[in-house]
Design a protein around this ligand. Sequence first.
Ligand code: AAL
Length: 436
Amino acid sequence: MKSTILLTLVCFMFFSCEHSVKSEQKENESKQLGSNDEFPFLIPEGKPNRALSKAVERNYDAYESIRPEQNELYTQFKYTKLKGFDYNGGDGTITRRDPSKVIFENGKYYVWYTGRKTKYKAVGMARAKEATDEIPSSDWDLADIWYATSEDGFTWEEQGIAVKRPPKPQPGWRSVTTTDILKWKGKYYLYFQAFMEASGLRGDFCPVSVAYADSPDGPWTHTGKLVIPNGPEGSWDQYSIHDPYPLVHDGKIYLYYKGDFDKRPELKPSKIRMQGLAVAEDPLGPFEKHPLNPVINSGHETTLFPFKKGVAAIVQRDGQEHNTIQYAEDWVNFDIASITELLPVAAGPYVPDAFTDTNDGRGVTWGISHIINAGGDWKNNHTILLRFDCDLSQDIHDDDMKHHHYNYSPEFHYEHSLTSKQKERIGRENEKLIKK
Ligand code: AAL
C-alpha cells in the first residue's frame, strides 16, 4: 500500500515537473513568436526554432548578420574626383584605366595603371583592322604602365612610365595593360596583360607577363615570360587572361584573374566573364591554375582583399552575381556575403595586408577605380581614374556607408531611355490591344 502511494507521488511529481518545463518552453517560444504565431516584431538574433520561409532562412544562414548594417562585408560606395591628372580636354588621346591595388611605401601611396597617351584617339575594337602603330584600336591598345604617388590618396602626382611596351616580338609589344602589384621578399612584381596584337582583331586576346624591380620606383625589368599562359584549346581561358591580381596566402602567391569566354554572337553581351585562380611558390612561376576554375562566376575586373581567415571579392558588373561582395574562407569557394549597388569599376583598393600572409585580414576602406567613356561620347572615348571610399573593414564602423539605397536623380533615370526598337515594340503591343 505504502509503495503504491509512493509511486503515485513520484509519478505526479514527474508529470507536473515535465508539464511545467514544457509550459515554460512554450511560453518562451510564444514570447519569441508573438501572439498568433506571427513572425515577431523584433527579429530574433538567433535562428528561431520554427518553420521559416526560404528567404528568412537565408537571412540567418547566408549572411553574417540579419541586417546589412551589421554585416562587415556590406557597404555603399562614395566617390571623389582625383586631383593631378590631365586628360587633354577629354579628346580621347589620353586615358588612364584599370588601376592596380594601392600600396603604401616610402611614406606615400603608389598606384599603377594602364596609360595611353597617343597621337590619335582609339578607333574602337569593332574597327581594329584600321589600327596602326599610331592609331589604337581599343581604349587600352598602344598603352604602357604608368604610375602615380600621393600623400593623401586624393591628390596624385604622375611619375611617368613604369613598364614600357617591350620591343617586338616580346610579350606585350603591342600593349601592356591592366597591371597589378606584388611585393614578395623585398622585391616588387608588376603582372600585366601582354598584348601581341591590336585588341579587337580576334577578340581581347592576351596572356599575362610580369616585370620586377627592387623599388616601387623601378627600374622595371621585363621577364619576357608568359607567366600565366592561356589555357589549352577549348578551355575557358584559352584566349584571354585578364586582370591579374596577386595576394599572398599560405606562403604562396594567389593570383586571381578574369577570363572572357562562351562567345555567342546571337546573345548580348556575346561573352561571359568569370574569375579564376592560379597559385605559385615563386613570383615568376610556375603558376598552377586551380582545378575548380573558374572560382567566381561573375564580375569583370578582379578586386580582392584578405578578410578574416579568407578572401573577399568585390564582384561588380557582368554575370549572375554582379553587384555583390563575396567571401571564401578557403580562398576558393566563394559565397555571396552581401548585395549592394554603384560598385567601383575596376577597383584597386588600398590593401595594407595584401602581402602579409595574414590570418585575420582587416579589410579595405578606399581605393582607385575607373569610369569608361568619361566624357559620355564614345567618339572621344577615354577612361578616368577616381577615388572610392567604403566600409569593408573590421576596424572602422561608418554608419554613413551602410545605407541601403541611393537616390538616383530623374535625369539619371531618363538617361537610361528606351531604344527606338523598344518603342516600336510597345507601339505594336498597344495597337494589338486596341484592335481586340
Ligand atoms: C578591362 C579589363 C581588361 C580588359 C580590358 C582592359 O577593364 O577587364 O583590361 O582587357 O577591359
